[in-house]
Design a protein around this ligand. Structure first.
Ligand code: AMP
Ligand code: MG
Length: 340
């Protein structure tokens, strides 16, 4: 831990200042470092600097361990071991892998495959295509698609095993692992006595109890449209934003997202930004990705059936104007009182 007292939350848009309880000043300690291809920040309220940073270091260790297990980039990750051997015989998974896969398959089920962690072969192909600035041809898409399919993945919770339906499958937790890591970092902080903390795993942000004397954490979210940057009020919740605002490629004059449309095997082309508030960051992360794929009207239908999940969806019409829609319970802060 080299960089102490980094108030990077301001840059990332977290509103908080030190709080006073009795005579001891509760400091908000903060540390940022790269993880999972983006920047992760942990902010923890703790009266003792050394103990606070020990807790933050443990949270980062936990997130790096999750990355090492669930990464599809790293050849010797547990995930890639499952992909290599899981079609031949049931693979005994770690608790982390099993929990993330089980939640992902459940979301695939409820979204009709809009969220699909078995799209790995198509995601990899699409990643290469974006880099090269050309669309993959139909044959290549179909051959990658032949190695996908969430319906055939068999889980046995009693033995914690996973069986893959075919050879050459590649699972990809890019749309869910950051959220899971944020949740687990909060758990690790709690284990170290930190009850008021915020973990930002890129755009996936989980918070525990608010700092003493405050009712909520103020967290700025991507606006998705021109105007004041909105923020949400969170306590023991999480928020994630997905869409094609930042990560996109332009090929042949068309803007494609890094999020894949399972129907086409290509990136989404519909301009959309989705922010989701849920009880865990694993849920907000994966659901924000799923709703981006589903578009406004299917998302509205899904949200009606899942009233515990709140969402704000900014979509652009034919004429280019932004349409903002949100669930009635979306916890938008009344004022934009967040540091930027
Ligand atoms: P996010 O930034 O959380 O929306 O997740 C995007 C990442 O999820 C991509 O970079 C892929 O690794 C993965 N992904 C892309 N499309 C899908 C999809 N339809 N379902 C599940 N994961 C996806
Ligand atoms: Mg996501």
């Amino acid at each position: 831990m080299t960089s102490r007292r980094q108030w990077l939350g301001a840059a990332l848009g977290f509103g908080l200042s030190g709080s006073v309880r009795g005579s001891s000043v509760l400091e908000t300690l903060s540390h940022t470092e790269p993880c999972m291809g983006t920047l992760f920040t942990v902010r923890a309220v703790h009266p003792e600097e050394d103990e606070g940073y020990t807790a933050i270091a443990a949270a980062f260790r936990r997130m790096r361990a999750i990355d090492a297990a669930l990464s599809d980039y790293c050849d010797d990750s547990e995930l890639n071991e499952l992909c290599r051997t899981g079609h031949a015989r049931p693979f005994v998974a770690s608790d982390d892998l099993f929990r993330v896969l089980r939640a992902s398959l459940s979301l695939a089920q409820s979204t009709g495959g809009a969220f699909d962690v078995t799209l790995g072969p198509l995601v990899r192909q699409w990643r290469a295509a974006r880099m090269e600035g050309r669309l993959p041809d139909e044959k290549a898409i179909e051959s990658a698609r032949a190695r996908t399919g969430w319906q055939g993945v068999a889980l046995d919770a009693s033995k914690r095993t996973v069986k893959l339906p075919r050879e050459g499958m590649q699972l990809d937790f890019g749309g869910v692992a950051k959220g899971y890591a944020a949740d687990e970092a909060l758990t690790e902080l709690r284990r170290h006595g930190v009850t008021a903390a915020l973990v930002a795993a890129g755009g996936d942000i989980a918070v525990s109890a608010p700092p003493p004397g405050q009712r909520a954490w103020h967290v700025a979210i991507e606006a998705g449209a021109a105007g004041v940057r909105p923020s949400v009020l969170l306590a023991s919740q999480a928020v994630s934003t997905s869409g094609n605002l930042h990560q996109f490629a332009e090929i042949g004059g068309v803007r494609y997202s890094h999020i894949l449309d399972p129907e086409t095997g290509l990136g989404l082309t519909r301009p959309i930004t989705v922010s989701v508030v849920a009880s865990t960051a694993m849920a907000s992360d994966s659901t924000a990705t799923a709703l981006s794929v589903m578009g406004l009207s299917h998302s509205q239908e899904w949200l009606r059936q899942h009233p515990a999940v709140q969402a704000r969806i900014v979509s652009k019409g034919q004429d280019g104007t932004a349409d903002v829609w949100q669930t009635p319970g979306f916890p938008l802060a009344p004022h934009a009182n967040v540091h930027r």
